[in-house]
Design a protein around this ligand. Structure first.
Ligand SMILES: Nc1ncnc2c1ncn2[C@@H]1O[C@H](COP(=O)(O)OP(=O)(O)O)[C@@H](O)[C@H]1O
Ligand SMILES: [Mg+2]
Length: 423
């Protein structure tokens, strides 16, 4: 079988690696990929990164299954385009991807179908936003409607910050067009967890729970990043809570979408707040999480190709229950100094061979490239080290031990990944 993975981060490296372990896979491509995916997958030489260029490539190369990592391709309708060519692709259609690409769409779906989420209002003019903020009080959360690469949400502790956020977002200063409409929502407190599920329109199979660490600083302080680490399982999520999420969130969301005429296929990623009155949806994503994927896939023992094909072809109900490694997995991301602000690239990465020799340790590349025969840094998040261990504590020790063998100029990582689980 011939497989194409679209994307170039740690998530895609983890996907490519897992897919390459399947006996069904003969050839694998990853576009645009990175230095890590380039060691196991071919990198197509394409004139551009546009959807139609990728579809032409898939047709020309007889690709049997395409998997899309990043949300922007899904929001742009790559799945619809591939379907129109009769190609098999794992991911939601453009309409279905609105669950992530429009927070207004997601909130209205949840409200109409009684799916637990924060109370909210939708605004496109500042005066009504201001009146709502003043009526609701603080803390309060201001969110741009559209895709904003993690820069569209402001959690405001005081009224001044909330008003400034509403103003900056609506005016286009914060995130441009994505902020033309905003959601203003009730602040929820609790622990955040991610539950990702494979969906085929009707059936949904949840993957193991995970928790990521969004901020750059230790103790979850400082500005948000693409994610500085993750772990799985999450001790606060027991079987009963998993069942509650399945019964009150995942299944009702798929049913709600079907009622709206949308067959949701792909990953439905529920970002949840575990509040005192039960789990509530903070947001949905329409694809695998990064870095959650880097702690979920090392634990998956079932053939990923079977699952993604079954999801793409509406056959998930026929799949056997998933087989998971009972061990824990911790992923720590190494970033370039300065990230998520400005940073410098091009530094040689040392120690990869030493880490490659460790068992149950996976180095997933994100911003890496080859230059003059050397592996160099080429992005904010450079790589992530995922390690399995008997429990979170051991997995974390093993991940940090491996990271200790790696080095590049300005390498930064948080030393407290998994702290909530260990408290
Ligand atoms: N209602 C809320 N209450 C408390 N914190 C929130 C709320 N909504 C969002 N957040 C915080 O902001 C982060 C980003 O919000 P999210 O809706 O996930 O947007 P995005 O991932 O698109 O930036 C969340 O991970 C969470 O930490
Ligand atoms: Mg989020």
């Amino acid at each position: 079988m011939r497989v194409l993975v679209i994307g170039g981060g740690g998530r895609e490296h983890a996907l490519v690696h897992k897919l390459s372990e399947s006996s069904q896979v003969d050839d694998i491509w990853c576009f645009p990929g990175n230095a890590g995916t380039g060691q196991i997958a071919k990198i197509p030489n394409l004139v551009s990164a546009k959807c139609d260029v990728l579809a032409d490539f898939a047709l020309a190369e007889d690709i049997d299954l395409t998997i899309v990592g990043p949300e922007n391709y899904l929001a742009a309708g790559i799945v619809d385009l591939f379907h129109s060519h009769g190609l098999t692709i794992f991911g939601p259609t453009q309409k279905a991807a609105q669950i992530e690409s429009s927070k207004v769409f997601a909130k209205e779906l949840m409200k109409t179908h009684n799916i637990p989420t924060a109370a909210y209002g939708v605004f496109s003019d500042y005066d009504s936003a201001k009146a709502y903020i003043e009526a609701m009080g603080v803390p309060i959360v201001i969110k741009a409607d559209g895709l904003a690469a993690g820069k569209g949400v402001i959690v405001a502790e005081d009224t001044e910050t909330a008003l400034a956020a509403a103003q900056a977002t609506l005016s286009g200063k914060q995130v441009g067009e994505a902020g033309r409409q905003i959601v203003i929502e009730e602040f929820l407190s609790g622990q955040e967890v991610s539950i990702l599920a494979l969906c085929d329109g009707t059936t949904c199979i949840p993957l193991v729970p995970s928790q990521d660490h969004k901020t750059i600083g230790e103790g979850d302080q400082g500005p948000n990043t693409g994610g500085m680490g993750a772990y799985s399982p999450v001790p606060v999520v027991d079987k009963a809570l998993e069942k509650t999420v399945y019964d009150t969130i995942l299944i009702p969301t798929l049913a709600a979408l079907r009622q709206e005429g949308i067959e949701y296929t792909g990953v439905l990623y529920a970002g949840l707040m575990l509040t005192e009155s039960g789990p509530k949806v903070i947001e949905f994503n329409c694809r695998f999480g990064d870095p959650e994927t880097q702690v979920i896939l090392p634990r998956l023992k079932t053939d990923l190709v079977d699952l993604l094909l079954a999801a793409s072809q509406g056959r998930l109900a026929d799949c056997q229950p998933l087989d998971w490694d009972p061990r824990a997995c911790v992923c720590v991301i190494a970033a370039s100094e300065g990230y998520p602000g400005a940073y410098t690239s091009g530094f040689t990465i040392k120690g990869l061979e030493a880490v490659a020799g460790l068992s149950d340790v996976y180095t997933y590349h994100a911003g890496t490239a080859w230059r003059d025969g050397k592996m160099v840094t080429a992005g904010g998040r450079v790589l992530g080290v995922s390690a399995l261990g008997d429990d979170i504590r051991q997995a974390r020790e093993r991940a940090y031990e491996a990271l200790g063998k790696l080095d590049f100029d300005g390498m930064y990582y948080r030393s407290d990944i998994g702290w909530r689980a260990l408290e």
